[in-house]
Write a protein that binds this ligand. Sequence first.
Ligand SMILES: [Zn+2]
Length: 158
Amino acid sequence: MVNAIATGTGSLLVNLKCPGCGAEYDASLVNTFCANDDCKSTLFAQYDLSQPLDKAILKNRPASMWRYRELLPVIDTENIVTMGEGFTPIVPIQNLKQFTEGNEVFWKNEAGNPTGSFKARGIGMAVSKAKELGIQTIATPTAGNAGGALAAYAARAG
Ligand SMILES: [Zn+2]
């Protein structure tokens, strides 16, 4: 495995890898999918997970998804576009026990995210990485939540 890129965020991002054919790509360049004509798979970010993260350090950081910035692809903290996404509550659903042999069921209330849906997490990350890569225009297919989140985060990015 290639050494992690030295970063302002401490990101342990190493590269992008194709799960289809195994091709690896430079994560500091714009890549959308595998360039092999017979493959065209979505690329996955690869991280150097050889060292454990210090739980005490993580616990003392602000309560947002950026608490775990080592495991996110943004390299420079200046490129983080955030509105406090993440750390939404996990809520017990009391009246489902009758259907689960007494086991508790919980749901994660993602409506607590800045744009009212879980889309804030992925879109916040996408806009941050796009900013880092110098991308000026972003489009997405959407039925509503993703488009709302993209508009909000793109506006925040400036
Ligand atoms: Zn491939």
